[in-house]
Write a protein that binds this ligand. Structure first.
Ligand SMILES: CC(C)(COP(=O)(O)OP(=O)(O)OC[C@H]1O[C@@H](n2cnc3c(N)ncnc32)[C@H](O)[C@@H]1OP(=O)(O)O)[C@@H](O)C(=O)NCCC(=O)NCCS
Length: 185
């Protein structure tokens, strides 16, 4: 699949590139990433280089994974990353700390969900986050995922063990409205 761009009211989603390496490397050293993500830890510049030079282009080329940089304009700095893995239908996202707290990720996620269901064979998306990651949970809730409980996540921790996770699903023909049944933390 050739990478394609998405636009929303406030955002442009396009390809992470070599100019983003420094920002990615800086944002991924946020202590929240150690706690809630499975990105390498400690996170180093070489990890960001691998992501933009290898992981992103390979994922698009072989159709295994679509990743986008989240920006205010097509040529402005990267604010975060959102992606989907096609084998699992798992969606994942992060925002750099300066850009949190204004609903940008739910806006980006809605656009990505629509694009995935329009442009891929996937009929069901999965989302999971570590138990306690309320900002991620609220984002999934806002964009219409159906809460499916607490379970061992399919994304293993850095030590290779499963972690207690909140999990949710969204089917192609589900409404995108928030649904009842989510934890009220
Ligand atoms: C997850 C993430 C992308 C969400 O983006 P965000 O900008 O923080 O999200 P928002 O500010 O829109 O928050 C979403 C909702 O959660 C709420 N929220 C955020 N943090 C919260 C907290 N600690 N406790 C309770 N509610 C919280 C917000 O009030 C908001 O609800 P509202 O829209 O009803 O007001 C961002 O926090 C992030 O990048 N975190 C670090 C990486 C990460 O954990 N990624 C996800 C891995 S599964």
């Amino acid at each position: 699949m050739h990478p394609f761009e998405l636009t929303t009211a406030r955002l442009v989603l396009n390809q992470p590139n070599a100019d983003d390496v420094e920002d990615i490397a800086r944002y991924c050293t946020d202590p929240l990433f150690e706690q809630f993500m499975v990105t390498p830890w400690p996170y180093e510049r070489q990890h960001a280089e691998w992501f933009v030079e290898q992981a992103v282009p390979t994922g698009w080329a072989d159709g295994t994974e679509w990743n986008w940089a989240i920006r205010a304009r097509a040529d402005s700095p990267l604010m975060g990353v959102i992606g989907v893995r096609h084998a699992s239908g798992m969606i994942g996202y992060w925002l750099g700390s300066p850009y949190r707290g204004t609903g940008l990720m739910s806006e980006a996620t809605r656009a990505v969900i629509d694009a995935i269901f329009e442009r891929s064979e996937l009929e069901r998306l999965h989302w999971e986050c570590r138990h306690g990651n309320v900002a991620s949970l609220r984002t999934a809730q806002k964009v219409g995922f159906r809460y499916a409980g607490v379970a061992d996540g399919t994304i293993l921790a850095r030590d290779g063990n499963p972690v207690s996770s909140w999990v949710a699903i969204l089917d192609k023909h589900d409404s995108r409205e928030p649904k009842a049944g989510w934890p009220s933390h």
